[in-house]
Unconditional design. Structure first.
Length: 231
C-alpha cells in the first residue's frame, strides 16, 4: 500500500508562521496537477490565510474548494482535495479537512463554496502507525476481496463515520454511501459525497488503471445509495 496512506493523519495543531514563497509555489503547482474524478465539472482552489465558522482550526493557510453545482461535484472535490491532503503529508506539511469552516471573504470566484482544508507546518507528530487508526473493520464496510479496499478503509471521513460501503466484484468495486437521515439533511448528504471522493482517491492511488462510472443493473443495497463503480 502507498506509504503515505498507511501513516497519514489529520493535523489540528500548527506553527502559525506562514510558509515561504517557494513552498507555496509548490503547493500551487500541485493544485494545478490534481486529477479530476469528473473532468466536466468546473472547480477552483484558492489559498487563503483566514476562515470563519464553528469548530475552526487555527492554521497559517487554508485551501478553499469551490465547484459549479452539478451531479458528482462533491465527489469530485473530495477526490481532488484528498490528493492535496496526501501531498501535504508526503511533503512534511500537515493538513485537515474542515467541514464547518467557510471563507472569510466572499469576493473572488463566482463558483459556490464547498469545503475547506487547513494546512501548514505541524506542531504535533505528522504521521502515525497503523495501530493509531480508529476505523471500522473491512467486514463492516465491504464485501468481496480486493486489496484496494484497505486503502479505502483508512481514508478520512466526516466525524470518522465511514458512511460508505464497497462491493468487490471480479476487479470492479461498486461504491455506495449511506442514505442521510432526515434530521441530518442536506449537510450529511454533501459530506457523504465528499467522503466518497476521498475514499476513491485512495483507491485510485492503489490502482494501475482507474475509471469511475455508473453501471447499469447494479445491485441495490438497503439503506445505501449507489454512487458508481471503479473499473
Amino acid at each position: 500500500m502507498n506509504e503515505i496512506i498507511r501513516k497519514r493523519k489529520s493535523i489540528r495543531a500548527y506553527d502559525m508562521t506562514e510558509l515561504d514563497d517557494p513552498t507555496l509555489a509548490k503547493v500551487q503547482l500541485q493544485i494545478a496537477n490534481c486529477i479530476s474524478l469528473c473532468p466536466g465539472i468546473q472547480y477552483s482552489i484558492e489559498i487563503v490565510s483566514k476562515t470563519k465558522g464553528m469548530f475552526g482550526i487555527k492554521a497559517p493557510h487554508y485551501l478553499i474548494f469551490r465547484s459549479e453545482d452539478k451531479d458528482g461535484a462533491f465527489e469530485n472535490i473530495g477526490f481532488i482535495g484528498q490528493q492535496m491532503d496526501l501531498y501535504f503529508s508526503e511533503s512534511g506539511l500537515g493538513s485537515c479537512w474542515l467541514g464547518m469552516a467557510k471563507p472569510e471573504n466572499k469576493e473572488g470566484s463566482t463558483l459556490p463554496f464547498v469545503i475547506s482544508m487547513a494546512f501548514g507546518k505541524p506542531t504535533e507528530p505528522l504521521h502515525r502507525d497503523l495501530s493509531g487508526f480508529k476505523r471500522k473493520s473491512l467486514s463492516e464496510i465491504s464485501e468481496g476481496t480486493d486489496d484496494r479496499l484497505e486503502a479505502a478503509r483508512l481514508a478520512p471521513s466526516g466525524m470518522n463515520a465511514q458512511n460508505w460501503y464497497f462491493i468487490a466484484d471480479n476487479g470492479k468495486i461498486h461504491c455506495y454511501r449511506k442514505k442521510p437521515k432526515s434530521l441530518v439533511g442536506l449537510m450529511s448528504g454533501k459530506l457523504g459525497c465528499i467522503d466518497m471522493g476521498i475514499a476513491l482517491c485512495h483507491i485510485m492511488k492503489e490502482s494501475e488503471g482507474f475509471n469511475f462510472s455508473n453501471e447499469q443493473n447494479t445491485s441495490e443495497r438497503k439503506g445505501y445509495i449507489y454512487m458508481g463503480t471503479v473499473i
